[in-house]
Design a protein around this ligand. Structure first.
Ligand code: TXA
Ligand code: MG
Length: 345
């Protein structure tokens, strides 16, 4: 199958909608990452998503809507806090999990009785959904296990020959996937950290738990979190400690590995890049700007692969706000391969 990439425009949005109505899968931009969209109510279309991604069928998809009221069609038994939460955070990078109605096929929910819904804050995505007049099921548009795509070229590289159309809406603003908030149980929980943090949600709903590392829990609530994720081919080491000592330690490890004949890389903030003695240094943005680091994370991880880096050294990043989500994804990409660097006194 030929995979067309079209810049977002009135015409290309119409074509995307037409293809979605015909049961095809289309790559679409959102403010977080690119999604692989299909008609959420068409079981055959939904199956095509799983096939294109190589995704296990028990890992449920998010339904994307363009009108807040539509959440009532697909979910039931919502708590009183829902309306206010939608008012404040939608459209935006917040996914809400609730009990599903019969309209929602089990193929989307991986057999669960709950469903995840979100209204993206991206005009192209909203226009496509409105033009198609359909709820759109969409996981991130990467091959299962790879870093999520934040540019149309990432989608092209993962989905070439597997889908017919990708709409290029430019670079994704946020860069990490939406926060997943579970409101289906008595105790509200964040199942995946994102730009909308616990602190931001707390005035509206009491968050009982934040799942940071679901791999370690026996029964993961967000099924997707149990799989290896976001990983480039390179082996990654994440350094924990103070930046000054981390920089020294990374330089030491570069020296120690230089003669092994493997390609090394370092991903680090702008402030430190000139202190690193390595051929491949990737600037991920300023340590003073957590949003910028989050936005650049996945594309920088993909650059490691593009350049054939085999071993990459990466420090912990600032994680007060969205940085928590950045670190959550980075640690998964590194399969929790962490080196603790001692403080020097
Ligand atoms: O930002 C995003 O959320 C992007 C864009 C495209 O919207 N989408 C995305 O989808 O990240 P995906 O499929 O890659 O991740 C969805 C996450 C998975 O961890 C999945 O397990 C969880 O949401 N999820 C979906 N339905 C769920 C449910 N009913 N209960 C618990 N977790 C659910
Ligand atoms: Mg994903």
């Amino acid at each position: 199958m030929e995979t067309k990439v079209l810049k977002a425009s009135k015409n290309s949005i119409k074509e995307a909608a037409k293809r979605l109505r015909a049961g095809e899968v289309v790559g679409i931009p959102t403010e977080t990452v690119y999604g692989l969209g299909a008609n959420a109510l068409d079981v055959n279309a939904v199956r095509k998503i799983f096939k294109a991604k190589g995704r296990p069928m028990d890992n449920p998809l998010i339904i994307h809507i363009a009108d807040k009221k539509d959440i009532k069609k697909y979910t039931k038994n919502a708590p009183a806090s829902l309306d206010k939460i939608m008012d404040v955070f939608w459209p935006g990078p917040l996914t809400i999990v609730l009990e599903k109605t019969d309209l929602v096929p089990k193929e989307i929910t991986g057999g669960l009785d709950t469903v995840a819904v979100r209204m993206p804050a991206n005009d192209v995505a909203l226009d496509i959904i409105r033009e198609a007049r359909l709820p759109i099921a969409a996981p991130s548009a990467n091959v299962s296990g790879k870093p999520s795509p934040t540019k149309a070229v990432h989608v092209k590289s993962d989905m070439d020959g597997k889908i017919g159309l990708i709409i290029d809406g430019g670079d994704c603003e946020v860069g990490v996937e939406s926060t997943v908030l579970d409101l289906s149980a008595d105790k509200a929980a964040i199942l995946r950290p994102g730009k909308i943090t616990k602190e931001m949600l707390s005035p509206y709903v009491e968050i009982k738990s934040v799942v940071e590392n679901v791999e370690n829990s026996a029964t993961p609530k967000a099924p997707g979190m149990k799989y290896r994720h976001y990983a480039p081919k390179a082996k990654i080491v994440v350094y924990q400690g103070r930046k000054k000592e981390i920089v020294d330690e990374i330089n030491k490890d570069i020296k120690a590995n230089t003669f092994k004949g493997i390609k090394l890389g370092v991903i680090i903030e702008s402030e430190y890049k000139d202190n690193i003695d390595c051929e491949n240094v990737y600037d991920i943005g300023s340590e003073l700007d957590e949003d910028e680091v989050a936005k650049n994370l996945f594309s920088t991880l993909r650059k490691l692969d593009e350049d054939g880096v085999e071993l990459a050294f990466i420090p912990v990043f600032e994680s007060r706000h969205i940085g928590k989500a950045t670190m959550n994804r980075l640690l998964k990409a590194a399969s929790y391969n962490v080196k603790k660097v001692k403080e020097k006194i």
